[in-house]
Design a binder for this molecule. Structure first.
Ligand SMILES: Cc1cc2nc3c(=O)[nH]c(=O)nc-3n(C[C@H](O)[C@H](O)[C@H](O)COP(=O)(O)O)c2cc1C
Length: 199
């Protein structure tokens, strides 16, 4: 457990899972390419249906000309803190895949699940490296599709901010109170032996 993180696991688990949380206060530090590559490398090893790897991370580093375009996709509340991120991303997933031995693409049921796995791997590595990530649904999905040239066979999943954790006093007042690790349901609420009870 880190000094800033009072989370306690109910059962023994690798500490990296408990230490990861989504901050909003970022310092605006520039992320070295080596760290960004390492973070993407973690996503690369996520499992996916038929190993189809349908995720695509569209991104802009804060020092790039594209950063303002990515920031402009976010809603006002998310912009108020994500403007200090080091990297902004939009995660999309391909809705079609080519089954092994086939010569045509077919719809895949699991493109969002697979992209979610890649996001989780990316977020965990980013947290371990000290560039914690924060996912967002608060952005304009249609503008993201148009402005980032997302092809029709891709689904827009989420936006993501990454950066060095900053001081909570740098946040707008309304966000300071929630700038801390939150809790979780107990395992017994989501791990259901034998299925849902009849009823
Ligand atoms: C797909 C997704 C979308 C989210 N959208 C937003 C968002 O638009 N704005 C925001 O401030 N936080 C957003 N969050 C952050 C969640 O509120 C946060 O992950 C959750 O409360 C658990 O907290 P933790 O990540 O710190 O453990 C999002 C998280 C995920 C995974």
């Amino acid at each position: 457990m880190t000094a800033t993180n009072p989370r306690k696991a109910d059962h023994p688990v690798s500490q990296h899972f408990v230490d990861r949380w989504s901050p909003r206060s970022y310092t605006g530090d520039q992320m070295p390419d080596a760290d960004l590559h390492r973070i993407f490398e973690a996503a690369r090893w996520a499992p996916s249906s038929y190993n189809s790897q349908p995720w695509r991370f569209l991104y802009a580093k804060r020092e790039s000309a594209d950063f303002q375009k990515f920031l402009g996709l976010l809603n006002e509340r998310n912009q108020s803190w994500a403007k200090n991120a080091s990297v902004l991303m939009v995660l999309v997933s391909r809705k079609l895949m080519r089954p092994p031995g086939s010569d045509k693409d077919v719809p895949t049921r699991s493109h969002s699940l697979d992209a979610g796995a890649a996001w989780a791997y990316l977020a965990l590595e980013a947290s371990i490296l000290g560039w914690p990530a924060h996912a967002m649904v608060g952005f304009d999905y249609e503008r993201a599709r148009a402005e980032l040239n997302v092809p029709d066979d891709y689904h827009v999943e989420a936006a993501i901010a990454l950066g060095r954790r900053g001081d909570k006093s740098a946040l707008p007042e309304g966000l300071q109170a929630v700038e801390q690790p939150n809790a979780r349901k107990p395992v017994s609420e989501f791990a259901l032996a034998g299925g849902f009870p009849k009823g």
